[in-house]
Design a protein around this ligand. Sequence first.
Ligand code: CA
Length: 250
Amino acid sequence: MNDVFKLVTLSAVLTLVGCGGSSSSDTSTPTASENTTTPTTPTTPPAASNNATYELTFTRTWDAQTFPTNYPSGTHFSPVIGLTHNAQGRIFQRGESASAGIVSMAETGSKAALKEEISNIQNQGYSNYLIDESGISGNSQSVSMTFEASQDFPLLSVVSMVAPSPDWFIGINSLSLFNDSQWLNEQTIQLKVYDAGSDSGVTFSAANQATEPQGTITLLNSARSDTDFAEGVHFQSADTIGFITIKLME
Ligand SMILES: [Ca+2]
C-alpha cells in the first residue's frame, strides 16, 4: 500500500513539473522579486562605434600686433592636408628628417608630393582616410572641415604651411582620437611652428637657401631681430599663431 502511494505522489510531482515547464506565461513574466535579483543593465557605457566623424576647425591668431617682428605681407596658411592612420602611418616627426612631401608642403604650400606619400601609406594599409582641404587665405580667419576615423585608424595628422616662410609649417602629429575604448569628444590643440629643416632662411620673406645637408624637423627658433619665435611660440607671451579644434559629430 505504501509503495503504491509513493508512486502516485511521484507521478503527481512529475506532472506538475511538466506543466510548469511547458507554461510559456510563467517564464515570460518574471515576478518583482526576480527582477531585483537578476543582473540588470551594465553600468559601463555602451561599446563605442567603430567609426567616428569629426569636425575640424583651424583658426589663425597670427597677426602683426602679436608677432610684429618682420611680419610679412600676404600672410596665409596653405591648403590643409592630412590623414587618419595607425601607428605606422605617420607623416612627420619632430627630430627626424622631413619627407620630400613635407618639405614641398613647408616650402611652397604644394600638396602634390605629400598626397602621393599618403597614397603610398594607404596602399600599405596604414590609413584609409585622406584630408584634402582649403587653407586660410585672404581675410578669412578660419577654415572648417569634417573627417572620418575608425578604431583601426584612430590617429590624426594634418599639416599646413606658414606662408610666406622659408620652410615653416604647423601641424598635428598622430593625435589619438580613441582612448580608453571611447572616442575623444572635443579637443583644442595650440599650434607651434615647426621648421622643416630644408631651408636656412631666417625671416618669413627670406630668399631660398637650401640647407645642405637637410636638417631634422625642429620647433622654430630664431634671433629676436628675425622673428618673435622661440620653440615654435612667441618668445615672451608663448602665444601660438593658431589653433585647431576637433569635435566629435557622430
Ligand atoms: Ca629652416
